[in-house]
Design a protein around this ligand. Structure first.
Ligand SMILES: [Zn+2]
Length: 110
């Protein structure tokens, strides 16, 4: 989708040096406005707005990659847990937020 900022990042039209192609269908990159250090987005390479619109194979792949990245992120950031949220309203391209959290952080997030 031409006007979609995530599609531009995935296509390399916007320099997002840390955008990482996990495989043919899934891309990850740091959130531009991280709410916690390590805040990462996981997105399908192909444009879809809502997660329920995803074909089964892409949805499966998205969650598989999100789980792998959550495990890595938890270790890397020494987080107690990784918060996961999916909205799709701010940027209309399905994306999973992975947010490293501590049990005692008091931030209320999304
Ligand atoms: Zn898009």
């Amino acid at each position: 989708m031409e006007s979609c900022i995530f599609c531009k990042i995935i296509a390399g039209d916007i320099s997002s040096e840390k955008a990482h192609h996990e495989n043919d269908t899934i891309v990850s990159f740091p959130d531009y406005h991280p709410v916690r250090p390590g805040h990462t987005l996981v997105v399908p390479a192909k444009h879809h707005q809502w997660f329920w619109e995803l074909p089964d194979d892409i949805a499966d792949d998205l969650f598989k990659v999100a789980r792998k990245l959550a495990r890595e992120l938890k270790e890397k950031t020494v987080a107690d847990y990784i918060q996961l949220s999916i909205v799709g309203k701010d940027v209309p391209h399905v994306h999973i937020h992975l947010i490293p959290r501590k049990f005692d952080d008091t931030q209320s997030l999304m």
